[in-house]
Design a protein around this ligand. Structure first.
Ligand code: PLP
Length: 281
């Protein structure tokens, strides 16, 4: 990493700049009401990883939260590619966000008259935890249900995820998983999760972000005759699984080495998935 973070390449409302030029006002509803959305994509060895899918998800999130980003899919892809090439690195993470902006009238209910604030920046690609391994506990904190905030659309409402992360820190784990109000596995702070049982990969069906890395896992399973099921996973399945892994654009497959005090080691299925996905990059 050659740059200090403030010099990382960035883009702010149509202008290329550096991270130190990005800002969000205290009057911006994105900051004070979490009225914003974002996405995070990766370039690995100078190849964009499902960039189109990330930009599509971002635009769908914008539509869901009724924020008009004002740029097309192709324009966002071009900006992301330019930001990556401006880093001079082989691999980078591109972070993109749009906040509602400031209501012209000063009335926080005047949602129609806000000018969205768009910011993208590049940072070095780093593995999850620096190692791509994690110890994980099951949090007492529940995930906000889809019927309240549809977790299929990326959002800044991280209060539940952050409380779970605090609990994991307090209990000496790297991170945590959250259950739904119905008692099924959902996801964790910034990642999806899958379990492996008798050679079958199972990942939560609802109340989680449809992660693009998990999509890659599903496609890799299908190409290698491994059964993949979107499922409702209860605590019994969770505590008795053979193997568990997390997925995120920042790190791809992250091996869970300990879950709630039980040591785990990667199954043949997880090892194959890691190998195949790494080969594809
Ligand atoms: N779930 C949440 C809440 C996330 O924030 C993320 C990553 O941003 C993920 C899951 C993983 O999604 P992806 O694989 O697209 O990075």
């Amino acid at each position: 990493m050659n740059h200090a973070y403030k010099d990382y390449p960035a883009w702010h409302n149509g202008v290329f700049c550096t991270v130190q030029d990005l800002d969000v006002s205290i009057l911006d509803l994105g900051l004070i009401h979490s009225d914003a959305t974002y996405d995070v994509m990766a370039f690995i060895n100078n190849r964009g990883l499902k960039i189109q899918e990330h930009v599509d998800r971002f635009l769908k999130s914008c539509e869901h939260w009724r924020i008009n980003a004002g740029y097309t899919q192709q324009q966002f892809i071009d900006i992301a590619v330019q930001l990556h090439s401006r880093t001079g690195w082989d691999s980078s993470i591109i972070w993109m966000s749009v906040t509602r902006g400031i209501p012209e009238s000063g009335n926080p209910r005047d949602l129609k008259n806000c000018k969205p604030n768009l910011m993208l920046y590049a940072k070095p690609y780093q593995k999850f935890n620096g190692t791509n391994q994690a110890t994980v506990c099951l949090s007492k904190q529940l995930r906000v249900p889809d019927c309240a905030i549809d977790q299929a659309h990326k959002n800044f409402v991280w209060c539940d995820l952050t409380r779970a992360q605090w609990e994991s820190i307090d209990r000496g784990y790297d991170t945590a998983l959250l259950l739904s109000v119905d008692g099924f596995l959902t996801e964790g702070p910034g990642f999806n999760v899958a379990i492996v049982q008798d050679g079958t990969v199972r990942a939560p069906r609802t109340n989680r972000l449809p992660g693009i890395s998990m999509l890659l896992v599903k496609e890799t399973c299908e190409a290698n005759d491994i059964k993949f099921i979107w499922d409702d996973i209860d605590q019994n399945q969770l505590h008795n699984c053979d193997d568990m892994f997390l997925t995120t654009t920042v790190g791809n497959i992250v091996t869970v080495t300990n879950f709630d005090g039980r040591n785990l080691s990667p199954s043949a299925v997880q090892k194959l998935l890691i190998k195949k996905i790494n080969q594809g990059q």
